[in-house]
Design a protein. Structure first.
Length: 145
C-alpha cells in the first residue's frame, strides 16, 4: 500500500508526544540545575532535551518541528562553544588556572540565601552544544532518507 498520498492520522501519538515532551523538558531542566551538587549537569540535561525534541520529530515531521521551534542547531552549537570557552577563559584574566570557577552568595527575596556559580554558565554552554550537535546529526541523517 502506498502511504505517501494517504493522510496519516496520528492524533494519539501526537497528543501523547506533546505531553511527554513537556515532562521530559522539566526533568531536563531539573537535571541541569541539580548538576552542581548531585549527578546531572549540562551534558545529561542537553541529552534529555535532545531526546524530547527527537520525540516531537518522530510524532510530527521535520517541517512541523522547524515551524514550531525555529532553531538553527548549528548556530546553537557555536553559541554553546563560545559560552563554554569564555567561561573557561574567564579565570585566566583573574590570574587563576584555566577552568577555575567562582561563586558568590546572594540574598534573594522569598528564596533566602542562594549561591551563584560561574560553572552554571559553563554548563549552559555544554547544554547548548549537546542539543545542537545531537539535533544536527539527527536532522542530517533524517534528510538523507
Amino acid at each position: 500500500m502506498n502511504r505517501k498520498n494517504d493522510q496519516v492520522n496520528d492524533v494519539i501519538l501526537q497528543t501523547a508526544a506533546v505531553i511527554i515532551f513537556f515532562i521530559i523538558i522539566v526533568f531536563s531542566i531539573n537535571l541541569f540545575f541539580a548538576g552542581h551538587y548531585s549527578p546531572g549537569g549540562g551534558f545529561i540535561g542537553g541529552l534529555m532535551t535532545a531526546a524530547a525534541l527527537v520525540l516531537l520529530l518522530l510524532a510530527f515531521d521535520s517541517k512541523t518541528l522547524a515551524a514550531v521551534l525555529p532553531f538553527d542547531y548549528r548556530k546553537m552549537t557555536a553559541l554553546g562553544l563560545v559560552i563554554a570557552m569564555l567561561t573557561s577563559l574567564h579565570s585566566i584574566f583573574w590570574g587563576r588556572p584555566f577552568l577555575t570557577h567562582a561563586y558568590d552568595k546572594f540574598d534573594l527575596p522569598l528564596l533566602g540565601e542562594q549561591t551563584l556559580h560561574t560553572a552554571i554558565a559553563f554548563d549552559l554552554g555544554v547544554y547548548l552544544v549537546v542539543i545542537g550537535v545531537t539535533m544536527t546529526i539527527i536532522q542530517t541523517i533524517g534528510e538523507s532518507e
